[in-house]
Design a protein around this ligand. Structure first.
Ligand code: BGC
Length: 431
């Protein structure tokens, strides 16, 4: 008891007096020439015209999915929009439900759609980052218990083999499971998976990732494979326990999704739990701490921010006045700071190229291009201020000279209390 009290006091005092490891005035360096810039989306969220799957079923009880932003037919123009930003990576998922809508029956019309999609990704000067599961599985898989059934592991690996053989040429990057912890979370909250069954799903996802990693490397020896971390500030440890911690020896890069941080002055991340993402106040410096933290943990691996972005409420200006352009610049400033500190960041994908179906609603809008699915029958892609900003940061390989983040760092960040509880971290202007 006494010993615990003494250790707590020692911990508290050391937090107060600790010289923040990163409160240096290291100015941000420019992004290196080979840095991978990208945009990210997912099949279900953007394609529309979707075959039977767990999510077409869940969506029946939510805001109507309709045909989303009809990426299924408008991809040629959307890929041009992406390429015009100057990005070199286009991330999307290949949907198992589209390729194999019934067990053993492949849909060749849909396969030809993906053939053309990836042909055009390359023709537009980009390389694909393919997600092999972005929370969606076919209806027939759902009917037999999805990841509760161990047959799903083998059947999914058959699908993986097909996709890797077909689209794995050149320098395709791979994400096996997008945010595996959040896949489980949605199966519990939307799919009514009993909590007692979570360990089984976890175990099967771990097994499937490990086998897919080996399979991809057998078929494409130089491939780069990951499953991305869903960074969730106060509960991050819990999220990582679900799958990530068990597969760190089967990763070629650390994929990080960063949306919401938290500090003693900003606990608005709780709004993410109810889907009111537009009420979450950004914490750009959190990204810096998250990158450093994962780099310390897995020092040999490079990091790739495979998703980062900000929600508005139906496209309206945010209550805090923060714009997409400011959000983007502020976050990239902190990535530059991480690079200056020697963190091996290899890429950054903006989530998302366009607004899309945010897992049950069109209200939270994350797109560089906004699309009013409910009111605009033409589904026009209207550029936000993020478009010009992203284009210019990519072209200059960094934020403008002298840039100081709009959002000042908060006090005592959950991401790194030792470095931030003794004072605010300075933000020197970018060179
Ligand atoms: C998911 C995306 C989602 C985004 C914004 C990420 O966790 O991978 O599918 O749209 O967050 O909420």
């Amino acid at each position: 008891m006494v010993r615990t009290a003494v250790s707590l006091v020692v911990l508290f005092v050391s937090l107060l007096v600790a010289v923040p490891a990163n409160a240096t005035s290291t100015p941000p360096v420019r992004f290196p020439p080979g840095f991978l810039w990208g945009v990210a989306t997912s099949g279900f969220q953007s394609e529309g015209h979707f075959p039977d799957s767990n999510w077409t079923r869940y969506a029946r009880k939510k805001e109507a999915y309709g045909d989303s932003i009809d990426f299924r037919h408008r991809y040629p123009q959307d890929l041009k929009r992406a390429a015009n930003l100057g990005v070199g990576v286009f991330r999307t998922s290949v949907e198992w439900a589209r390729i194999e809508p019934r067990k053993g029956r492949y849909d060749w019309r849909e396969i030809r759609y993906y053939d053309d999609l990836f042909r055009r990704v390359r023709a537009n000067g980009m390389r694909p980052m393919i997600t092999l599961n972005h929370w969606v599985h076919p209806g027939w898989v759902h009917d037999r218990g999805a990841w509760q059934n161990e047959k799903t592991v083998q059947d999914w690996l058959r699908f993986v083999r097909f996709v890797v053989k077909r689209y794995g040429g050149g320098d395709t990057l791979w994400i096996t499971f997008n945010e595996a912890s959040q896949y489980i979370f949605h199966e519990v909250t939307d799919g009514k998976l009993p909590l007692s069954k979570v360990p089984v799903m976890s175990r099967h996802l771990i097994r499937a990732h490990r086998a897919a990693y080996d399979l991809i490397h057998r078929l494409r020896p130089g491939a780069m494979v990951s499953t991305n971390v869903a960074y969730g500030s106060p509960v991050n440890g819990l999220f990582d326990m679900a799958v990530f911690n068990e597969v760190t020896d089967k990763l070629d890069f650390i994929g990080v999704d960063y949306y919401y941080g938290a500090n003693a002055e900003n606990l608005t991340a709780v709004n993410a739990a109810t889907g009111a993402f537009w009420n979450v106040e950004a914490q750009p410096e959190g990204l810096y701490y998250v990158l450093k933290k994962y780099q310390r943990r897995l020092p040999k691996l490079p990091l790739y921010i495979v998703e980062a972005g900000m929600a508005t409420d139906n496209g309206k200006p945010r209550k805090d006045g923060y714009t997409r352009s400011q959000h983007l610049r502020d976050h990239l400033y902190w990535v530059q700071r991480a690079l200056a500190d020697g963190v091996k960041v290899m890429g950054f994908n903006y989530w998302s190229l366009t607004d899309n179906y945010e897992w049950g609603s069109y209200r939270a809008r994350f797109g560089l291009y906004t699309v009013d699915v409910k009111k605009d029958r033409e589904l026009r892609r209207v550029p936000t201020d993020g478009v010009a900003t992203y284009r210019s940061v990519i072209a200059r390989r960094g934020v403008p000279a002298g840039y100081v983040p709009v959002k000042r760092p908060g006090w005592c960040s959950v991401e790194d209390p030792a470095a931030t509880c003794s004072g605010r971290v300075p933000t020197p202007p970018a060179p």
